[in-house]
Design a binder for this molecule. Sequence first.
Ligand code: T4K
Length: 405
Amino acid sequence: MHEDSAAPRLAVLGNRPPAFSSPLPVGQLNFPSWEKYEQNFRAIFERQYYTNQGPLTEELEAKLADRLGTRHAICVTNATLGLIMTAQALGIEGKVILPPFTFIASAQSLLWAGLSPVFCDIDPATHHLDPTRLTELLDRNPVSAVLAVNLWGGSCNPPLLTDICKARHIPIYFDSAQAFGCKVAGRPVGGFGEAEVFSLHATKILSAGEGGCISTNNDELAEKLRNIRSSYGVRRPVEVTKTANGRMSEAQAAMALMNLEDFDDLAARNRNQHEQYRKQLADLPGIRVIEPHGVDVSNYQYLICEIDPPSFGLDRNTLHQALRAENILARRYFSPGAHRCPPFNTLPSAAGQDALLATDALSQRVLQLPLGARVDSTAIETICALLCEFHRHAPRIAAHCKDAR
Ligand code: T4K
């Protein structure tokens, strides 16, 4: 690696202001134009109907079911609650397998539903649940369900995992919080397993501000979910032991409907931004942009890269520090893995023989960079140029950051 002798001017070294005058967040942060926003919210105001399965929520559910190709789309307050409600509606008990390399909400949803998480490691090449390990674990460990996760606008190979579970008569459902608009072998993500749960949080491609959607082709499960959600959306009373207020408000539905109209443009913008990062970082040693895995259509909603410290010259945490000094709010998703976070770190599957080595190693290497409405091609160019500078001056930055600790 060649380092210039002239002192580099970089914010992390404290010798110039940040490259961006205001913080540049990760996350999609797609918001409609003010005109559209005003028109839709005026209509809610005039109808004086704010929640309880109003006309906009009904319209959104119909449009989502159509887009996902499923018999039912059930809108809820957020995906975390959607996951809890799905576990409850499935009537599962005891242990549920899930990957530890996921947002903490996947594991927390099991706790709230009175279930015990059993972690199964991922394949470091795909970042998703490892089918071989899953098979071994299922054959050793009786569990009542599998909660698989689709990450980064990619997929965990739902057809294969569904076959593995079907052969053992175990239900599988999917945390597809990050996978709205993706397709696997020509099929939209949404129709696999017993149910799939999407997040409509502001950082996702389809934003309701906060929100979630459960998709399923199982009529009985759908009725249970509508009953658990407890709203005027109940079509047929079915017996459920627990209910919740999982309703989506009209304001949330209005936001999602506006963003759904723009969906194809947003996905195309994401794809272009992803491509720009990939091209501009192609020759930079030690940083690899991750392509969404296992999908033929992706929403490209995240820019995830893996850092190899020996080749890049800096470890992921120091690079993260250097980016934040420039006001680039990169994120270390998911670090640490869910199995390292209390209360999951005391579970038998979180340690010992079943150590989750692939997750531990990957969670030290991943970094999420800004992609979405808040960046344009100039910003991406600046971020990529800075990454090149960090690589060029890696020894100096590493020494500076070490001294500052
Ligand atoms: N399963 C998986 C695999 C998931 O990824 C998630 C959520 C879930 C389940 C649960 O879904 P939800 O229950 O949330 O629907 C974010 C999101 O809160 C969360 O939805 C997401 N995954 C997770 C991966 O990331 P944070 O706390 O790291 O992001 P946040 O809110 O700090 O936003 C990022 C940046 O955007 C910040 O710098 C501030 C900026 N921002 C954010 C919002 C909301 C804005 O400028 N304006 C805004 O309105 O969790």
